[in-house]
Design a protein around this ligand. Structure first.
Ligand code: GDP
Ligand code: GDP
Length: 433
C-alpha cells in the first residue's frame, strides 16, 4: 500500500519548509549537473505511530523562475493519481490567487483526503486574514506556520488519521520490483525476463489498487514482478517527468520485498539513485544493484572490480549489497540477477534462533564491549531477533542510552559477519532489561 503524502501548491507558499519539518532532517543533496545543493524531495516520516512517505512536489521544479503554470498543474495531476493523501498549501501573505483557485478546482473532485494548509499564519492578525481561505470549501482546513511550527502538530494529527496501518505482509511469493531512472533499461529487462512470448505470464495475481503483479514461474524460479505502471498506461508527458518516475519508484518500493535497482553503467551512480537507495534502506527492503548496459563499457582487467568498489563507496555505509553487471539488451547475466534477488529475499526472511544468536553475539560483545560513557558501562545481557517482516534485533541491557552509534555499527557488522543478511538493511535496538 503506497502511503504517499504529496504536498502540492504554487511556488513559495512554504512546501519545502513544511516538508523539512516533517522529515525532520535537512537532506541536502548535490545536483549532478550544476553541483548546486538542493533539498531532497521525498523522505519518510512517522507521526502517531503511522509511517508514510512524503513528497515535496516543489522540489521537482528546478528553477522557479521558469515554471509554467502548466507544469505545476501537471504535477498536481500526477499527485492526484498517485498519492494517498494530499496537502494543498496556500499562503496567507499573498491571499488567494488564480493559480490557487485552479489547483483547488482540480483537487476538489478527488477521492482521497485533502488537507488545506494555510501557511505563514505566524501571528494573530494573519489568523484573521486566513479566514479568507474557508471560501475554497475544504472540510479539512488548517492554519499553520511552517517556520515557527505552530499549528503543524494539528495538521499532522489529522494526516495520521488518514494513513492506513501498514499491513503485515503476506509472504507466499517473493515480490520483486525493477526500479531506476528513465532510460536505464527497466522495460528492456522486464521484456528480457518475461520474453516476447507473453504466455509465460501465467496469471495476473495480486492486483492491488496501484499495480499489476506478474506471476513469473520459469526455470525453477517463482516470484511476482511488481509493475506499478501496469494498470494505467500513462501519457507520454507523464513518462518524461522526473516527478512521475519518482512516484512510481516509491510505490514499487512500498509494494515489494526486494528491489532491483538499475544503474546505467555509462552514467554511474547519480544523486537520484542514491535517494532511491536511501529510501529502500529506510523502508527496510532488500536490494540488488544492477549495473546495466555493461556491453557499452570498454573493459580492461580490473574494470568490473574497480567499478564495483566505486559503486559501493557511493552507497556507504550500507555496503553489504550484491552488485551484478548485466546487459538487458544482450540478455547477459539477467537470470543471475534474478537468482541474486531471490537470495536477498531469503536473507530478508532469515530468522536466527535466540540461542544461536546469543552464542555468537555475546562472544563478540565479550571480545569488544560497549565503551565506557561518562564513567558508566552499559552491560548487554542478551539479544533476540524481533518477529517482524525484516531483520531487526533487540539487545537488552542496563543503560541503553549510553550506547553510541559506533558500537551499534560494530554489532550490526558482527551480525553480518556471522549470518548472511547481504542486501538487507538491519535494524538494531537497545532495550532496558
Ligand atoms: P515552496 O516553494 O512552496 O517550497 O516554498 P519554501 O518552503 O521554499 O518557502 C518559500 C519562502 O517562504 C521561504 O523564504 C520560507 O522561509 C518562507 N516561509 C515558509 N513557511 C513560512 C511561514 O510559515 N512563515 C513565514 N513567515 N515564512 C515562511
Ligand atoms: P526504461 O526507461 O528504464 O524502461 O529503459 P528502456 O528499457 O526503455 O531502455 C532505454 C534505452 O536503453 C533503449 O534504447 C534500450 O534499447 C537501451 N538499453 C537498455 N538496456 C540496455 C543494455 O543493456 N545495453 C545497451 N547498449 N542498451 C540498453
Amino acid at each position: 500500500m503506497g502511503n504517499i503524502v504529496a504536498i502540492v501548491g504554487r511556488p513559495n507558499v512554504g512546501k519545502s519548509t513544511l516538508y523539512n519539518r516533517m522529515v525532520g532532517e535537512r537532506q541536502a543533496i548535490i545536483n549532478d549537473e550544476s553541483g548546486v545543493t538542493r533539498d531532497r524531495q521525498y523522505g519518510t516520516s512517522n507521526w502517531n505511530g503511522k509511517n508514510f512517505t512524503i513528497v515535496d512536489t516543489g522540489g521537482f521544479v528546478r528553477n522557479s523562475d521558469d515554471v509554467f503554470e502548466a507544469a505545476i498543474r501537471s504535477q498536481v495531476q500526477i499527485a492526484i493519481e498517485e498519492a494517498a493523501v494530499l496537502i494543498f498549501m496556500v499562503d496567507v501573505t499573498t491571499g488567494l490567487t488564480d493559480l490557487d483557485e485552479q489547483i483547488a478546482a482540480m483537487i476538489r473532485r478527488t477521492k482521497q483526503p485533502v488537507l488545506l494548509a494555510v501557511n505563514k499564519v505566524d501571528n494573530s492578525q494573519r489568523q484573521l486574514d486566513a479566514n479568507e481561505f474557508w471560501s475554497l470549501g475544504f472540510e479539512h482546513t488548517y492554519f499553520l506556520s511552517s517556520v515557527t511550527g505552530s499549528g503543524t502538530g494539528e495538521i499532522l494529527d489529522a494526516l495520521a488519521e488518514f494513513i492506513e496501518e501498514e499491513e503485515e505482509e503476506e509472504t507466499d511469493l517473493p515480490r520483486l520490483a525493477i526500479v531506476g531512472q528513465p532510460n536505464v533499461g527497466k522495460s528492456s529487462l522486464t521484456n528480457a525476463l518475461l520474453g516476447e512470448d507473453r504466455n509465460i505470464v501465467t496469471d495476473i495475481a495480486g492486483t492491488t489498487r496501484d499495480s499489476i503483479n506478474t506471476h513469473y514461474n520459469k526455470f525453477d524460479k517463482e516470484f511476482l514482478l511488481v509493475d506499478t505502471a501496469g494498470i494505467r498506461k500513462k501519457s507520454k508527458v507523464h513518462e518524461d517527468l522526473e516527478f512521475y518516475s519518482v512516484m512510481r519508484a516509491i510505490k514499487a518500493i512500498d509494494e515489494s520485498d526486494v528491489i532491483i535497482l538499475m544503474i546505467d553503467a555509462t552514467l554511474g551512480v547519480e544523486s537520484q539513485d542514491m535517494s532511491i537507495f536511501s529510501l529502500i534502506q529506510k523502508r527496510n527492503k532488500g536490494v540488488v544493484i544492477l549495473i546495466n548496459k555493461w556491453d557499452l563499457m570498454e573493459k580492461e582487467t580490473n574494470t568490473a572490480r574497480d567499478y564495483e568498489k566505486e559503486v559501493r563507496r557511493r552507497f556507504e555505509p550500507f555496503t553489504d549489497v550484491p552488485i551484478v553487471f548485466v546487459s538487458a539488451l544482450e540478455k547477459q547475466r539477467i537470470f543471475k540477477a534474478v537468482e541474486v534477488a531471490l537470495e536477498v529475499y531469503e536473507n530478508r526472511s532469515r530468522r536466527i534462533s535466540t540461542s544461536v544468536l546469543n552464542d555468537k553475539m555475546l562472544t563478540a560483545i565479550e571480545r569488544h564491549g560497549p565503551p565506557v560513557h561518562r564513567g558508566r558501562v552499559a552491560k548487554i545481557k542478551y539479544v533476540t531477533q524481533l518477529p517482524i517482516a525484516y531483520p531487526a534485533f533487540a539487545f537488552f541491557c542496563n543503560n541503553p542510552k549510553h550506547i553510541k552509534d559506533s558500537y551499534k555499527n560494530y554489532l550490526e557488522n558482527q551480525i553480518r559477519f556471522h549470518f548472511n543478511f547481504t542486501g538487507v538493511p538491519i535494524s538494531v535496538f537497545f532495550r532496558k532489561k
